[in-house]
Design a protein around this ligand. Structure first.
Ligand code: ZN
Length: 495
């Protein structure tokens, strides 16, 4: 065995351990009885300790240096590049800091939950300050050019910096705020017919049917119920999703299922030859999100999609949708309505929620905003961008758990996902002018094939921005997303 083959064997085992740990945490969220939590926590900690040990083992470092002196193919070079990146990143953090961060984050999580319940930011504030302090220390270990935020964002979207995001987001923010103001001068959309009680099982059956139709392979996946919808991968041939449904909402469960199926179809589409290597992964969270948002927003909230599915949906709910025409239904599911909560926000407001968090994070890490001033700054931006008066911090800066977990630099990936997605759709429309006719006939295979060839099979061979530019021929910008939002909502709201 040469050095590279030895690395392959070692990494294969690290990947197996990671998948075993993913299975344990999937079970924790789906089936585990409540009293199993403590033992499960220990099992997960033990596994993550072993993974860390193996990733940072000096012998692996020696093998990487040795392999670099061998003549390597492009794929092998990409394998080593990705492995070294992850390895360097975990090696640069002292074990004491990792431990301290994980302890602080669980304390901060509890404080956040209590603060949100009691609507009292002051309970969370000291913990948040501590988490930020530790994150700044981590950023110092990793190194950065302009702001510690840049070093943190690298975990989710390599190469991303606050300055780059500011440049990409600014035109989007301006265009979106203007669009929203225009929409608000237009007559309100009728959604009354959606306010009904729905059979609890039928939406799930319909959602699963759609997931299968669009190409989620149930021979290599399954769907279970869980409090939070997510997608998880246990290695080639086993990518699962979870979902939740309610009797009061016909479509949230469907859109959630399609979103997670989009993530899952991406991972089902990795090249089998890349299994157990760092190449069978997405290059970034933004690219991952571009795949889920593609199916959720661009496909399952499109007019073409409902041309095919609305008659079918009506059959699932006999008599309940008789009064609403296809056009009324399409308008109702695409209603624009500013609200305080990011989750389940409409297509236009969603990005504004993300941009607000990004702007606050950057000010925090540039030392321009202190923790105690976060609620006021938050409320200020909600007024400015969404025209809303935030009634309390539970509906304001305490609504998301991410900061308690120290996930700074994470939010922009949601909007980057929408931006990448819009760019990919424009290219897809050029390559397949009949694309929307196919969708209207319920034919999704050619669309999935396009994604497989251009995005899924490529895995982690290129960095996100590079991949998007290779596929679309354009550097990353929000232009395509602005074009899409403007066209769609001008048509829907008639202005
Ligand atoms: Zn997602």
């Amino acid at each position: 065995m040469n050095a590279f083959e030895k690395i392959q064997t070692r990494y294969g085992e690290i990947s197996d351990l990671g998948n075993a740990s993913a299975l344990l945490s999937w079970d924790q969220q789906v089936y585990m009885p409540p009293r199993g939590a403590a033992a499960r926590g220990m099992q997960l900690a033990t596994l993550s300790g072993i993974i860390h040990e193996r990733m940072t083992a000096p012998e692996l470092g020696d093998l990487i240096s040795e392999a670099r002196s061998e003549k390597l193919s492009g794929d092998r070079e990409a394998f080593l590049r990705e492995l070294s990146f992850s390895r360097d990143r975990s090696m640069k953090l002292p074990a004491t800091l990792v431990k301290e961060m994980s302890l602080e984050e669980s304390k901060a999580f509890e404080a956040w939950a209590r603060a949100r319940k009691l609507n009292d930011f002051s309970i969370f504030a000291p913990h948040l300050s501590r988490v930020i302090e530790l994150k700044k220390q981590a950023a110092e270990c990793w190194g950065y050019q302009e702001t510690p935020w840049d070093a943190l964002a690298t975990d989710y979207e390599r190469g991303l910096t606050a300055a780059k995001v500011e440049k990409i987001f600014k035109p989007l923010r301006e265009a979106t705020v203007k669009l929203l103001q225009q929409i608000q001068t237009r007559p309100q959309v009728n959604t009354k017919f959606l306010d009904q009680k729905w059979d609890i099982d039928r939406p799930r059956e319909f959602g699963l049917r759609v997931a299968r139709d669009i190409g989620y392979d149930m021979g290599a996946g399954r769907q279970d119920l869980a409090p939070h919808p997510f997608c998880t991968n246990f290695g080639h041939g086993d990518v699962r999703i979870t979902t939740r449904y309610s009797q009061t909402s016909l479509l949230d469960g469907l859109f959630g299922t399609v979103h997670e199926a989009g993530h899952a179809m991406y991972e089902q589409g990795f090249d089998p030859a890349d299994a157990r290597t760092p190449l069978a992964e997405a290059p970034s969270l933004g690219v991952h999100e571009s795949q889920s948002r593609f199916w959720e927003v661009r496909i399952s909230q499109s007019e073409a999609f409902w041309k095919h599915y609305y008659p079918i949906l009506r059959q699932y709910f006999p008599g309940q949708l008789d009064d609403a025409t296809l056009e009324e239904f399409y308008r109702a599911i695409n209603i624009i309505e500013p609200d305080f909560i990011r989750v389940e926000a409409d297509e236009i407001c969603y990005n504004l929620h993300v941009i607000i968090r990004f702007e606050l994070e950057v000010r925090i890490f540039r030392g321009e905003l202190s923790v105690s001033d976060i609620p006021a700054a938050w409320n200020d931006l909600y007024k400015k961008y969404l025209g809303l008066d935030v009634p309390n911090d539970s509906k304001g800066c305490l609504q998301d758990v991410h900061w308690a977990y120290g996930s700074f630099g994470y939010f922009p990936t949601y909007t980057l996902g929408n931006i990448y997605c819009a760019m990919l759709v424009e290219k897809m429309e050029k390559d397949m002018p009949q694309m929307w006719d196919l969708v209207a006939q319920g034919q999704f295979a050619p669309v999935l094939q396009w994604l497989r060839a251009n995005i899924h099979k490529v895995g982690r061979r290129h960095e996100a921005a590079d991949l998007i530019e290779r596929v679309t021929g354009q550097p990353v910008s929000c232009d395509a997303l602005i074009r899409h939002l403007t066209n769609k909502y001008r048509h829907l709201y008639e202005f």
